[in-house]
Design a binder for this molecule. Sequence first.
Ligand code: KIV
Ligand code: ZN
Length: 522
Amino acid sequence: MAQLRKIDIFDTTLRDGEQVPGAKLNSMQKYQIAQQLARLNVDIIEAGFPASSPDDLEAVRRIAFEVEGPTIAALARALKSDVEAAGKAVKGGLKPRIHVFISTSDIHIAHQFKKTRDEVLQMAVDCIKMAKDMVDDVEYSPMDATRSEFDFLCEAVERAVDAGATVVNIPDTVGYAIPSEFGSLIRRVIEAAPNSGKATISVHCHDDLGLSVANSLAAVANGAGQVECTINGVGERAGNASLEEVVMAIKTRKDLFHAKTGIKTKEVARTSRLVSRTMGIPVQPNKAIVGANAFAHSSGIHTDGIIKERTTYEIIRPETVGITAHQFVLTARSGRNQLGHQLKMLGHKFTEEELDEVYERFIQVADRKKEVTEEELASIVGARMGQVAETFHLEHVQATSGNNLTPTGVVRIKIGGEIVEEAAVGDGPVDALYNAIERATGVKGTLLDYSIRSVGAGKDALGEVTVKVRAKRQVVMGQASGTDIVETSARAYVNAINKAVARNGGKVRAARKKTRKKSKKG
Ligand code: KIV
Ligand code: ZN
């Protein structure tokens, strides 16, 4: 086979993926995911949008200075203040990139920006030049490229490359393109923009019509050298092209694409689980490559074929993407050192103090169960990373329910130096506990989503609860894992409201006093 062309994989899970409502990550979570993306060997990590908040700037900065291997990109609108923030985050980092974007479609230019074509082009050129003074590697995206007038799009590409862009990314921002059309667009841009050969042509596809992966692959077949994608396809609205699908299609059909990526595919399943757990976004069972059923054969004809010869019904070996039956198991007697060693093997870097905290939680779980599997340990660690400053610390949980009982919940919560105990009834034990938590904390929350999944198999498997809650004008995810699902549900809810309060500047007391007065009156 002739030499394979290398396609760069640009992962935007930490930026476009994080735009999913409720999926906002804290800087520790972002850092851990970035470390795993480095182990997956992505070429570029888009770590965030530094102008969006000082917290995001700090998170991007830490990743840019500490995560070795991939280029670290920071997003910026074509505004001087955004480019300054992006520069602050990545300039001087290990392998920095600034990614500048502004729309080129008339729909966006007229209605959103209320500017002329010339004005947006000038903004792009000025900001690319400004970014170029800070870092060598600058990417430019003409947003909504697929609904832009072709000649104007080519002019934007040409001007961007002249201004110093090293990568020009063609986004299908609203997921409007069809594969044959998108492939041909990429080919035509490469041919029409006279200096396109001086930059890498990239693509960034959204999944509104379920075509993001197909569009990305059509672009690769037509000369694109970089694909922007996210783990599990998470992202704005219907999401982005899924990294694992793009990568495995290129690998499985290299006969057709004559291309390869640098992805260490054995890390795919682990990365998928980490992102799903940390963002609180479950993976659908029939999802290609990483869904629970992706390699499960049930029909008699298929299993018969597989037993006789694997390739009859399997185009990818599960082990190739890191799905293996061989996982380690720990017990309560494994000790802190052994735990530390296994965490290191999984790629976690913890301080001694953090390791103590994980060990404490591990022992609580290991005392109740005989064995703690790799996946269960990952779940315990995931819950630890999602912790925020605990305005409310849940000390005690008690719930009763039955077919002839009114479900009742009692909680004891530490708030500062004070202990508050409240009881409430509800439709079920979880509802009763949530009502009791609301009384005790004074934080009114609306439960938007609740999910529970078993981590591992067996009756004593760990339950992982994820809640999506609207509280304090924020939509947040809360998570916890444990062997008692009612207690775990309460901890997940308290985790969510702690996040909402933290994002709202930590103001709780007034609301809590009001609720308590009301509850004393009855
Ligand atoms: O979808 C989009 O156009 C984007 C740009 C910022 C590249 O996310
Ligand atoms: Zn996007």
